[in-house]
Write a protein that binds this ligand. Structure first.
Ligand code: ZN
Length: 153
């Protein structure tokens, strides 16, 4: 399967987040063309600052594979990873990250900085950005638009 296919799976995860009032962000981890884990943002529901889609997906993948080393895995995520998630990606040795929309307010995979490819770390990650970017971005902007309208009422 190709990157678009797995990104669409991540988008489906993001929609699950939206259904429960979370910021719609979803992630999928794939190894050898097999889906190892899927997750979506649960920060509000769980009131946990670390309950980002990528962290939850990484945690599940480590449990599933019984190793902290996700060396040949690819992580798909609808929004560019924040500093915490980019850190977790580097530390879990993920090989490749594919993300949808760029995040001008927090993106650490090339927008504000590039934690994934800093040669001072002992691991660098291949990055592909902009896959289904429009769909990923629109989900977020629609969510925040709706939130603002609801607040006004
Ligand atoms: Zn994050």
């Amino acid at each position: 399967m190709n990157d678009q296919y797995y990104m669409n799976m991540a988008i489906k995860e993001a929609k699950k987040a939206r259904e429960i009032g979370e910021v719609p962000i979803g992630a999928v981890i794939v190894l050898d063309d097999e889906v190892i884990s899927t997750a979506y943002n649960l920060r509000e529901k769980e009131q946990r600052s670390i309950a980002h889609a990528e962290i939850l997906a990484i945690d599940k993948a480590c449990q599933e594979l019984e190793t902290w080393r996700l060396e040949n895995a690819t992580l798909y995520v609808t929004l560019e990873p924040c500093p915490m998630c980019a850190g977790a990606i580097v530390l879990s040795r993920i090989k490749r990250v594919v993300y949808g929309a760029a995040d001008p307010k927090g993106g650490c995979a090339g927008t504000l900085m590039n934690l994934l490819q800093d040669e001072r770390f002992n691991h660098q990650v291949d990055v592909l950005s902009g896959v289904e970017a429009e769909a990923c971005g629109k989900m977020l902007s629609d969510f925040f638009k709706e939130l603002r309208t609801r607040k006004k009422k």
